[in-house]
Design a protein around this ligand. Structure first.
Ligand code: SAJ
Length: 475
């Protein structure tokens, strides 16, 4: 029997499974469960020592995700109370479902060799393959190297199940597009890219996602095009950030203010002119922009190496952008050394207070956070470093101060790394008193402070892109 006939016989999607109870899987499962179109949703979580605790929490309707996630806990309580959602670790229950999605981390093992670490994803796919039944739909939501869905994912599902993709079961890629702090809203309101390995798979996956979309709509395409869309949208964002970061470095060297230039460039509007000019800063962190470029690069190496027509010997523009953004924490280190030097001191024995450990403003997300390599450099240079963050409670090997004043006491340098709202109204006089130094250093990596307010109080200021201020007269 052909797949579309098999699916028609199976009927509409009623029972769903979501593998991977993290930032992507939990809100997705809750929204599927909350939809009147679907009867029941299992959230699958390995009962491991590191993350098994999530199972009991979720079944109590509690969110194990750190940080503010508006509406998520209420929705979890609602779908658990309604007996429409349960979290389990028994993968054999997959056999009774109509559709399964996988939202499992896909970090990179080695960026130089473009080697992703698909261990966790492949384990998830294997578990699905073991219990896959004819007529089921499998969707990969994780960000993956282009070619993965029709390649190793399909092969492993077929090997474990003995079934054939596009013949016995439907297979698609529908990449997540969520950001910490607005998970539910992003899933409901962003358009959903849905890429099936064939038309039947795209149609079945569209049936799965349409009920949870409010403002968003489904954008159908092939599985590989969907993989390229996702990896590229993050690569282009990273490229745009690298472009403004490079401009910021240039403006420092030319002793002008990058924000004046940015305002100028941004003013050119109308006549279809769009200027997606982003913001320079102390670095690009997170689980997405820091790796998706490499997924795209690996994809073109795997799928198009022999066909690619590219200027001989020239590096990938996208990888260069990654390197520029990865350089920004080092640039913050150089600014700190220069400023300490202006204050007549070396980093050896200096006390440096880092304000903001999260990679994103007003979030507690610390994945690939930019201040970490900066802190490592300072410690290697003999400095004492303390870290303050109002959202991040703990971090392996890095004590996090919750009390801002404590972190500033005796500081030779104060370094703004994350744009948390709390740091918008720092009081130079108060910090001067806490520091107890004649000329404390302040490094602004997120354009949070008014340089003059601090310079006039005797601070030695350096800011990303502030060539107009970085060599100011010392008061
Ligand atoms: N950043 C800058 N300048 C900017 C914007 C961001 O330096 O103008 C820095 C941030 O400080 C942060 C990093 O870049 O360290 C990433 O910030 P982000 O705002 O891109 O946050 P992510 O990585 O959580 O979200 C991105 C988003 N992708 C796009 O907008 C194309 C989000 O929509 C994706 O869902 C997410 O990646 C993902 O999961 O892929």
């Amino acid at each position: 029997m052909r797949l579309d006939a098999m699916i028609r016989k199976r009927g509409p999607i009623k029972k769903i499974g979501v593998l991977g109870m993290g930032y992507v899987g939990i809100p997705a499962a809750a929204l599927f469960a909350d939809s009147p179109v679907f009867d029941f949703v299992y959230g699958f979580q390995r009962d491991s020592s590191s993350s098994g605790y999530k199972i009991a929490m979720l079944n109590r309707g509690e969110s194990p995700l750190k940080g503010e996630e508006p509406g998520l806990e209420d929705l979890l309580k609602k779908v658990v109370a309604a007996k429409k959602f349960a979290c389990i670790s028994d993968f054999s229950r997959i056999a009774e479902l109509d559709a399964v999605t996988l939202s499992i981390q896909t970090p990179f093992l080695n960026k130089e060799d473009l080697l992703p670490d698909f261990t966790a994803l492949m384990e998830g796919i294997k578990n699905v393959g073991l219990y896959l039944r004819p007529g089921m739909l499998v969707v990969l939501e994780s960000t993956i190297t282009p070619g993965t869905t029709i390649g190793i994912a399909r092969e492993l599902l077929e090997k474990e199940s003995g079934l054939k993709a596009g013949v016995d079961f439907a297979l698609a890629h529908a990449p997540e597009r969520v950001m910490a702090g607005r998970l539910l809203r992003n899933i409901r309101e962003h358009d959903r890219i849905v890429g099936g390995i064939d038309k039947v798979s795209t149609r079945r996956a569209t049936e799965l996602y349409s009920p949870v979309l409010t403002l968003g709509k489904v954008i159908p395409m092939s599985a590989t095009a969907a993989e390229v869309t996702k990896t590229t949208e993050n690569t282009f964002r990273d490229l745009q950030i690298a472009a403004i970061n490079e401009l910021a470095l240039y403006c420092e060297a030319m002793r002008i203010n990058v924000y004046d230039v940015r305002t100028g460039i941004d003013s050119l509007k109308g006549e279809g002119i769009t200027r997606a000019i982003l913001w320079p800063g102390a670095g690009v962190g997170g689980h997405c922009l820091t790796k998706d470029t490499y997924h795209l690069e690996r994809g073109v190496q795997m799928l198009g190496k022999d066909l690619l027509d590219y200027p001989k010997g020239e590096p990938s523009l996208y990888v260069l952008a990654r390197r520029i953004n990865d350089f920004m924490p080092t640039h913050m280190f150089h600014l700190t050394l220069d400023a300490l030097n202006r204050a007549g001191r070396s980093p050896q024995g200096a006390k440096v207070a880092i304000l903001g450990w999260a990679f994103l403003a007003n979030s507690d997300d610390t994945r690939n956070t930019p201040p970490e390599p900066y802190r490592d450099n300072l410690i290697k240079a003999g400095a004492t470093v303390c870290v303050h963050d109002p959202y991040v409670k703990e971090y392996p090997g890095v004590p996090i101060f919750q009390n801002l004043e404590e972190s500033l006491k005796g500081a030779d340098a104060i370094v703004l790394f994350a744009g948390h709202d709390l740091y918008k109204n720092l009081d130079p006089n108060h910090i001067l008193t806490l520091s107890g130094k004649a000329h404390p250093v302040i490094i602004d990596g997120r354009n949070m402070i008014d340089p003059d307010l601090f310079i006039k109080q005797g601070f030695i200021y350096k800011g990303i892109g502030r060539g107009d201020k970085n060599m100011h007269k010392i008061f």
